[in-house]
Write a protein that binds this ligand. Sequence first.
Ligand code: HEC
Ligand code: HEC
Length: 330
Amino acid sequence: MRKTLIVVLVVVGVMLVSTGIVLYAQEARPQVTQGVFATLPDAPPVPEDNPMTPEKILLGQMLYFEPRLSASGVISCHTCHNLSLGGTDRLPSSLGHNFETGGRNAPTVLNAAFFNLQFWDGRATGLEEQAQGPIQAGVEMAMPADLAVERIAGIEGYLPYFQAAFPGEENPITFINIARAIATFERTLITPNDGLDRYLRGETDALSADAQRGMEIVVQLGCVACHQGPMLSLGVLMPFRHGEDLGLANVTGQEADQFMFRVATWRNVSLTAPYFHDGSAATLEDAVRTMGVVQLQRDLTEEEVFYIVAFLESLEGEMPVVNIPALPAD
Ligand code: HEC
Ligand code: HEC
């Protein structure tokens, strides 16, 4: 009898203590972040018809650094998406073939694998489709698809890498396989464990007091209506009336698509100045102020800008470690 009583008392005691711990933990975690922010997943989604293998990652990495994919032979993906510069070129708008510019800023390739819609205006779906654009674009690498394939197939040393990446295919050196390999490499360019992620996992000192204040402010102001979830972006298009660029309407001609742009990610945003599709905001402070005016019809106070920027600066994750590959000789 007495033993049973003791067991019951111990069980009840344990239950009380654990409820207390749960309540305390909920108390300690600011309510403000609940349901709004999420940690970056460990790995991005992978399409069924392009599984990731180490061989394909390696080939994609080589092609990412391959200037011979461009008409001039000097421009690679890395020229404009430099991994030492946060996956961008830090120019207002990128300089491509013949130093021409398409008028758009280079978005980062870091974590781009978590977006379904690609480009500022979301006109491509998925990294495979995306990667075919810049090789052919006149203002980027200016290389027609068949010439790109011819050029790569003409470099003997590439064949074993394509065979290993696409086993069983009779002619593995194709334009779509070039895009598939590059997309596979891009799926490794993710940046986990920034301040917010560590904070959400319970490391309460991973965000400074200023950054935590900024986090509360972006929730209170309503920035998170668009900037939420693991990418701090819904990943969808939203109106952004700023400058001359018509956004998705350039492609579709539809009035409803005018000024529609994909919500930009906040991950690593402090590494990727200048800002916006036209690179018109030189600093993060400028970008935040403009967002306040354009999206929330509100002149943010200097204090609000200060705290928001402190929060955005905490979103630098761990950079992927990428070796510069040795490319096969001509
Ligand atoms: C001349 C500079 C330049 C080169 C070279 C270049 N890009 Fe880009 N990239 C850009 C610009 C500018 C954009 C945005 C264009 C737009 O949205 O209209 C972009 C967009 C992207 C995006 C979309 C990211 C997102 O968040 O939507 C990805 C991914 C990307 N490029 C990967 C690549 C790959 C892979 C290559 C090589 C095959 C490459 N780029 C070559 C400048 C360049
Ligand atoms: C209605 C949706 C919406 C709201 C609300 C919103 N944004 Fe944005 N934000 C966007 C879109 C869309 C873009 C991409 C703009 C472009 O294409 O140039 C963007 C871009 C940005 C950028 C630039 C990122 C880059 O890499 O160039 C920053 C910084 C930013 N927003 C911060 C904020 C802040 C801070 C707030 C609140 C004060 C806010 N946003 C409110 C939709 C929104």
